[in-house]
Ligand binder design. Structure first.
Ligand SMILES: Cc1cc2nc3c(=O)[nH]c(=O)nc-3n(C[C@H](O)[C@H](O)[C@H](O)COP(=O)(O)OP(=O)(O)OC[C@H]3O[C@@H](n4cnc5c(N)ncnc54)[C@H](O)[C@@H]3O)c2cc1C
Length: 409
């Protein structure tokens, strides 16, 4: 076993692991790390509740509050610190918190997730409402609640987030226009896309596709399209995708072009062997998995395994797991479960209608069950989908995992 910090003089040496971010990946990692009785795990998170991000569109629609008590998903062995990491001092092995205090670590798990991508379109930052984190969804819910029932609502962005928010609002009787800026649900197979389009039509959502549906400007009460056409919009929702936190960059760590922490295939930072990244915030070999809850859970358990293997003096394993589906809810009674290859490309097979909605609901409930189980029985989480093509792609491109020694290891 490699050298560890000693918490109390005269006692068995203990290893301090700090986890930044208590989302799906960070909570999974924190729970799994408790397998070793000589590891002290501290989880830093800005809220004292676990956010079910996959239900934020439901929060907007008023059918779920999207939070859970941490006691339901987090091991009692993990110390929860309600604060925000302001900077990582990799040299000193310390996390500086917004409150002014500091957490020293032997290993760090970087699990800060993602947030709404910053809109570059004029007026969007000022007048359009993002919906990627809890407080944004709560704010949007409050705004919708005070908006007249038939006032026009525009959702910009037709990936799963935009589709789900538009559907949820339409199901509440709102007059919703979904601006695709291109193709509806670009990820989907054409068959799955047809099912989504049919579901949106049943809910009364107006879908505008193609280049003319690109947004050129957002104002207080309208959205201007690329062709100069103005759409009246009492509430404009910005749902164009997720972006990484600036924390890694701010801390002088190597990041990919999107700001995710750059790691090798074991999820270890290419700068520092003591730092392991996971979930939406990780970019293994600069070829990250799709930002998703589906990827966050296996990435979370793998990050913990990497740390535990390093503590035990073993060589960490490469992450080889893939994701094999995307599920999109269309309100509470309809949904599309789009199957995919293990390299995350959609195939013809999908389940729609009520069965699709039930599968999506299972996809929201299952992560909570998996976290609760890992809290009770650390080390029990398993994931069966393997992405063998990833290994081939990385081998052909040259993995950043082949970068020489880690500075901090
Ligand atoms: C409406 C919606 C629906 C979605 N539906 C699906 C779906 O059906 N299927 C799917 O697979 N994915 C879905 N996603 C995506 C999924 O929610 C994310 O990919 C997933 O939450 C990523 O998990 P994570 O643990 O990496 O990050 P997060 O869940 O975002 O957790 C990160 C945590 O880190 C905290 N944090 C951030 N910065 C700091 C800091 N500086 N200091 C301390 N803590 C910090 C955050 O507050 C948060 O608690 C959906 C997302 C949204 C918004």
């Amino acid at each position: 076993m490699e050298s560890t910090a000693s918490a109390a003089s005269g006692s068995t040496p203990r290893t301090r692991v700090a986890v930044i971010g208590g989302g799906y990946a960070g909570t999974m990692a924190a729970n799994r790390l408790t397998q070793r009785p000589d590891v002290d795990v501290t989880l830093v998170n800005p809220r004292n509740e676990f956010v079910e991000r996959v239900r934020l569109h439901q929060l907007v629609g008023g059918t779920h509050d999207a939070v859970r008590d941490f006691a339901a998903v987090l091991s009692p062995r993990v110390r929860l610190v309600v604060d925000t990491a302001a900077r990582i001092d990799a040299q000193q092995r310390a996390v500086e918190l917004a409150s002014g205090s500091t957490i020293a670590y032997d290993y760090l798990v970087y699990a800060v997730g993602s947030a709404a991508a910053s809109p570059l379109i004029p007026g969007a930052a000022e007048f359009a409402h993002p919906v990627s984190i809890l407080e944004q969804a709560q704010r949007l819910r409050a705004i919708v609640a005070t908006t007249p029932p038939r006032a026009p609502i525009t959702v910009v962005g037709a990936g799963p987030l935009g589709i789900e928010v538009a559907s949820e609002l339409a199901e509440q009787g709102r007059a919703v226009t979904l601006l695709c800026g291109g193709t509806l649900g670009p990820y989907l197979h054409p068959r799955g896309r047809r099912s989504v389009a049919a579901g949106l039509a049943r809910l009364g959502v107006t879908v505008l596709e193609g280049p003319a549906s690109r947004v050129a400007e957002v104002t207080r009460d309208a959205v201007r399209l690329a062709d100069g056409h103005d759409l009246a919009s009492a509430v404009s929702v910005w749902a164009t995708g997720f972006a990484a936190s600036a924390l890694a960059l701010r801390s002088g760590l190597s990041v990919d072009s999107a700001g995710r922490l750059l790691t090798d295939e074991t999820l270890t930072s290419i700068d520092d062997g003591r730092i392991v990244a996971t979930g939406d915030a990780a970019s293994p070999s600069g070829m990250p998995l799709r930002m998703s809850c589906q990827a966050a859970l296996p990435l979370g358990s793998h990050a913990a395994d990497t740390v535990l293997q390093r503590i035990a003096g073993q060589t960490p394993q490469d992450f080889t797991r893939g994701i094999a589906a995307m599920c999109v809810s269309l309100g509470r009674r309809d949904g599309v479960f789009q199957f995919a290859r293990s390299d995350d490309t959609a195939i013809w097979l999908h389940v729609s209608g009520r069965a699709g909605a039930l599968l999506k609901e299972a996809a929201c409930t299952s992560p909570i069950d998996q976290l609760a189980k890992e809290a009770r029985r650390p080390g029990s989480h398993a994931w069966i989908v393997r992405d063998r093509r990833r290994t081939a792609r990385i081998a052909s491109r040259g993995s950043v995992g082949l970068v020489p020694a880690h500075k901090g290891g």
